[in-house]
Ligand binder design. Structure first.
Ligand code: E4P
Length: 219
């Protein structure tokens, strides 16, 4: 399973990359705004800075919602770096844009997916990744993880190459359950990745090993 980090914060991206487990980055307009990145040139420079940190797979989202606008923006984003994946919302013109990009060999991530039907459309249009938002479904009392299960099953039935990118992953159980289900990718904040390290028995076990080693060396 690939690990993507869901942030536009360069320090967080560096920390996850330095851990040696990072396969990519997802951003969205809210995450870019959170970092105070505004204006076309600054936005593009920031995507380039992210691409310079990681090895591949940097999702950069279009703002336009019409086909021509999405194509124009997506082509410009794709020119920034080969690592860019153009992120396109699951709307009618978005599906058309995904098909257009797919025919041109530009990778896409279909975002804001909340149903299996939407995921099926994204795959048929040739999306490289589909992003179902688990946490946001849980927020409205729907089972986000069962949507991941449904999509994995549907893609397996027909051999679609679109990768299931579980998004809006809020905690380690989401991540581990996505791995059990067979999601291809998870994207989450740095804290979720680093929380995977934690176990009290690891801490107490290590403390005991080190104490025993110290005692033995003092004899
Ligand atoms: C996906 O690519 C989105 O950026 C993201 O996962 C949304 O997560 P949130 O629901 O925690 O904002």
């Amino acid at each position: 399973m690939k690990f993507f980090i869901d942030t536009a914060n360069l320090d967080d991206i560096k920390q996850a990359y330095d851990l040696g487990v990072l396969d990519g980055v997802t951003t969205n307009p809210s995450l870019m705004a959170k970092e105070g990145i505004t204006g076309d040139a600054n936005v593009k420079a920031h995507y380039k800075a992210i691409c310079d940190i990681v090895d591949n797979n940097v999702s950069a989202e279009v703002i336009a919602t019409d086909f021509a606008g999405m194509v124009k923006e997506g082509e410009e984003l794709a020119k920034i770096d080969d690592k860019i994946v153009v992120k396109v919302p699951m709307i009618k013109d978005g599906v058309k844009a995904i098909k257009y990009f797919s025919d041109k060999g530009i990778r896409t991530n279909c975002t804001l997916v909340f149903s299996a039907g939407q995921a099926l459309l994204a795959a048929k249009a040739g999306a490289s990744y589909v992003s179902p938002f688990i946490g946001r479904l849980d927020d409205i009392s729907h089972d986000g993880l069962s949507l991941i299960e449904q999509i994995v099953q549907i893609y397996d039935n027909y051999g679609y190459e679109t990768e299931v990118l579980a998004a809006s992953v809020r905690h380690t159980m989401h991540l581990v359950q996505c791995a059990e289900i067979g999601a291809d990718v998870v994207t989450c904040p740095l804290k979720v990745i680093t929380s995977l390290l934690n176990h009290p028995l690891t801490d107490s076990g290590l403390a005991a090993f080190l104490a025993d080693h110290k005692k033995a060396s003092q004899k």
